[in-house]
Design a protein around this ligand. Structure first.
Ligand code: TYM
Length: 339
């Protein structure tokens, strides 16, 4: 007798299009999604509603959102097998976001590291959306009942808050949401800035010499790696020691993530060779990893009809699942619901 195939576990994640995707977004997020795509039922989206918490040029935000979709596909997420969608095209996110706002505590939101960091950096625009952002993120996640949420290190706290909100809701109203687990990669979970290796490589960094963009020209990537900060220790050898050698250790992590080599193998490979050989080698490995992604994403961006179709189909599939959860929630909290 045929065995009934086991239902695949569900993975979900998103990236906010506040800047062009960087090597950090790729190694910390998209690459890990792609590597596991076959094993799970996947939902990946552009978190454009989240992008509104900072000021954007509207045309640029639209361009980045669509380009991000093209990049997901170019990185290897086949749209036939993965549900890829734009958050604002699935109205259930904003709706559940409001409901969950009412089940997330002021104290919890005040403790979020990202809120503290972002409000310190943008003192002139500490808006309500920035503060309640984690409730919308909880809605993004819980609508799809995922088992795992693959994110970089910096988003772990938000996923933990999502778990708390889900458990609180379930305790009040009975089993409604699956309580998801964060899924943090072993290498690449925190790619640091090439010029300031104690801070995260960020897509919203304005100067940009310390970050690598997915769509960047090879010669620019090489130039940035050659200028990457190495450490001022006297040892000058390639050795993994994030505490004392943050610059070299960051380059080693990047090299490890793109080549699959271990830190021991990398130390042996560059033994006695010095930083002048090591830095361009990391640059070249990154250029070769990004080249096919850049070319394919550029090709997709030119095909407007294909992109539009991707958006439509992704949003329809996502909305079908999201609506089931939203209906359940509306009923449980006592809303009359849609007619
Ligand atoms: P965002 O857009 O800041 O980052 C997207 C993903 O990339 C990871 N990441 C990094 N990983 C390693 N090194 C880096 N330098 C680096 N920079 C970014 C982030 O950890 C993240 O996984 N709030 C989220 C977006 C979001 C979301 C969600 C994620 C909205 N709703 C629901 C998961 C589930 C954010 O701002 O990520």
């Amino acid at each position: 007798m045929d065995t009934v195939p086991e239902k695949k576990k569900v993975m979900l994640s998103g990236i906010k299009p506040t800047g062009d995707l960087t090597l950090g977004s790729y190694l910390g997020a998209v690459k890990n999604w792609v590597e596991r795509a076959e094993l799970y039922d996947n939902y990946y989206f552009m978190a454009d509603l989240h992008a509104l918490t900072t000021r954007n040029n509207p045309a640029e935000l639209r361009r980045r959102t669509l380009e991000q979709l093209a990049q997901y596909v170019a990185c290897g997420l086949a749209p036939e097998k993965n549900t890829l969608f734009i958050q604002s095209q699935v109205h259930q996110h904003a709706e559940l976001g409001w409901v969950l706002n009412c089940y997330t505590m002021f104290g919890e939101l005040s403790r979020m590291t990202q809120f503290k960091d972002k409000s310190a950096k943008n003192a002139d625009n500490i808006n309500g959306g920035l503060f309640t952002y984690p409730s919308l993120m909880a809605a993004d996640i819980l609508l799809y009942q995922p088992d795992y949420v693959p994110v970089g290190d910096d988003q772990k706290q938000h996923v933990e808050l999502t778990r708390d909100v889900a458990q609180r809701f379930n305790n009040l109203y009975g089993e409604t949401f699956k309580v998801p687990e964060p899924f943090i990669p072993k290498v690449g979970a925190r790619v640091m800035d090439l010029l300031d290796p104690r801070s995260k490589m960020s897509k919203s960094d304005e100067i940009g010499n310390g970050r690598i963009l997915l769509m960047e020209a090879p010669e620019d990537i090489m130039r940035k790696f050659k200028r990457a900060v190495t450490d001022s220790d006297t040892e000058r050898c390639v050795r993994y020691d994030p505490e004392n050698k943050p610059g070299v250790s960051n380059l080693m992590s990047i090299y490890a993530a793109v080549t699959g080599k271990s830190f021991d193998e990398i130390e042996a490979e560059f033994d006695g060779k010095g930083y002048g050989v090591f830095k361009p080698a990391v640059g070249e490995a990154v250029v070769e990893t990004l080249r096919p992604i850049r070319e394919e994403a550029a090709r997709i961006m030119k095909d407007k009809a294909y992109l539009e179709n991707l958006c439509r189909e992704g949003a329809q599939r996502a909305s079908y699942i999201a609506e089931k959860t939203l209906r359940k929630v509306y009923r449980k909290v006592g809303l009359v619901g849609r007619v």
